[in-house]
Design a protein around this ligand. Sequence first.
Ligand code: SF4
Length: 217
Amino acid sequence: MTLHPKSLTEELADWLAQGGRRIGEIVILPCGEGWEVRHVDDAESPASSLTAHKTPEAAREISKYDAAGQYRPLKGAPNLVHGWRLTLDTTAALRDALDFFYPAALGNWVAFTQGRATPSPIRETFARQTGMYRITGLLDEDDCRAVVADNCAYATNCRRRIAWPVAAGVPFDTLPPEKTNLEPAPDEMPVLCLHACSLLVASARTYIKKKRAAAGQ
Ligand code: SF4
């Protein structure tokens, strides 16, 4: 008998059945036959105090801007707006909503836990860049530590947890543990960063250009 791999919706259902409730800044609460999603800070708020939404697509609008109305280019940024609740009838609808809040987070976590994800060391990512970003290949290990500490800070910049090392066999041991801890609390699914985002690559370019200019290069 051939065993078919589970769909991501089935994987999500299993995680929820085991008590999974938190992803990034959101909390998932049982609601009738379905689910209600809220900002984690609003978990205890009276439902009547929150703006109600009912479709997965509402997650796209909720996550688009921060409280000041500024576009959120980085969906992992810890500035998800408060004051809403999103009720969804099915786990499939919840899965769609999660992909708007944290793109690919579920798929990344499932692939990672099944040993199918291959995070690229940051120096290899930089070394692969071409064109105007080719210069990022000049960052050494300490440069990488500095750029990542500055741009990926868990508390202020990005809630994704980095699954990649500085280089093969060289972990990011200078970062606070919450940024690299891939052993989640029982009710939490970490939002993983499997590959450096374009914002980090752009920052690395600025960093190395400034460093070289300061050295007269
Ligand atoms: S590289 Fe990853 S952890 Fe860093 S800011 Fe980008 S998405 Fe977040």
